[in-house]
Design a protein around this ligand. Structure first.
Ligand code: TXA
Ligand code: MG
Length: 355
């Protein structure tokens, strides 16, 4: 299947998806979920970042089912989830840099890309000779990996191109009938995908910003490089360090524009917008636009609440019949860099500079 880059969604064989509610999660049901994974099946599980669509990372044909269920291009590699940082060495060639990161931030919302060992099939890594390793903090995720007894390959549990799911309801909308089980762990605590760093010949490069910020990484290492695609648009012929960065991502159906300028200018611009324009605004601004449909993005100076809201807000935007969407442009520092990175993709780099 790796000859063709686009795998069609698996809609021919609809299966019955078992939905495990929060009250039903216990040792027995997680053992059942572990058995499904051991048998080559697909289980969606919560993590502290977003929901993951999991399969046995040591089983090439199980991993291939992930690409089919998501409609994901087969050259876009999967992250391998482990129960303990000490297991990383079984699946990747681990150096001093990984050990530093693991000690500081694992378990937690960070993925480290390193040269892979042979036991990880190339179906998992999209044909690359490196593998992304992540040890999640979420207790259900860790119990599930332990119950499976194998590492779990998992991308975000959305249909390819849609925002990553931060609630089990989002997952159900995208993947009901395409996976064996969905485990409802409630809303994800952070809400944006993990920070990704690549370690190559001792050099640490940030590929995707997340809850573990660039400043936090720079406290560990003298130098941390930042991949061009984190903040800028790639040229058509440019190859990103992370294959996922080249694909259209998160974009709502209506065109989204980011407004760059002061909050006062942004509010003024939004007030003057056509009534069929949807406004994404901060919680405190909700009362200012009686003539518009609005969706709130979390609290103005609270980037943690904004991270938690963003993907749900983008999904809500798609359930309206607006012609256009306007949103604030996040700053490019701290946790806001993760918001900025997702929003410029959602907006296909359409930025309106307000003077
Ligand atoms: O928080 C997360 O990371 C979530 C949860 C489920 O763990 N997972 C997630 O996976 O966001 P996914 O597949 O949606 O995003 C992983 C990104 C993709 O852009 C992929 O291209 C990149 O990581 N990636 C994975 N392995 C890679 C590798 N070996 N080299 C370069 N990029 C890699
Ligand atoms: Mg994803």
């Amino acid at each position: 299947m790796h000859s063709s880059p686009l795998t069609p969604p698996r809609n021919s064989k609809v299966m019955k998806t078992k939905f495990l509610t929060q009250n039903e999660i216990n040792g027995t049901t997680l053992a059942q979920a572990g058995k499904i994974l051991q048998g080559g099946g697909l289980v969606v599980f919560p993590t502290e970042t977003v929901y993951g669509l999991g399969a046995n990372a040591l089983d090439a044909s199980a991993a291939e089912k992930i690409y089919a269920a998501k409609g994901r291009p087969s050259d876009n590699p999967l992250i391998v989830h482990i129960a303990s940082p000490a297991d990383a060495n079984k699946y990747a060639f681990v150096g001093e840099e990984f050990k530093k990161i693991a000690e500081a931030f694992m378990p937690g919302p960070i993925t480290v890309i390193m040269p892979k060992r042979d036991c990880i099939p190339s179906a998992v890594t999209g044909g690359l000779d490196s593998v992304g390793i992540r040890c999640p903090e979420n207790a259900i995720a860790r119990s599930l990996i332990a119950a499976a007894g194998v590492p779990i390959a998992a991308p975000s549990a959305n249909i390819s191109g849609k925002p990553s799911p931060t609630s089990a309801l989002h997952v159900k909308g995208d993947l009901d009938g395409k996976v064996d089980m969905i485990i409802d762990g409630g809303d994800c605590t952070f809400g944006l995908e993990s920070t990704i760093v690549k370690i190559e010949n001792g050099t640490v490069t940030l590929l995707r910003p997340g809850a573990i910020t660039l400043d936090m990484l720079r406290e560990l290492f003298d130098e941390v490089l930042v991949a061009e695609a984190v903040t800028n648009k790639l040229k058509d012929d440019e190859r990103p360090l992370s294959p996922g960065m080249k694909y259209r991502h998160y974009a709502p159906t209506a065109p989204l524009y980011l407004l760059s300028g002061t909050n006062a200018r942004r509010i003024e611009y939004c007030m003057a917008a056509d009534s069929d324009t949807l406004l994404l605004v901060y919680d405190e601004e909700a009362g200012l636009f009686p003539n518009h449909k609005i969706i709130t993005l979390g609290s103005l100076n609270d980037e943690v609440s904004q991270a938690k809201r963003l993907f749900a807000a983008l999904r809500e935007a798609d359930s309206t019949d607006c012609k256009k969407i306007l949103a604030p442009m996040p700053l490019q520092r701290g946790i806001a860099l993760a918001l900025y990175n997702r929003m410029i993709r959602a907006a296909a780099h359409n930025i309106i500079e307000l003077s």
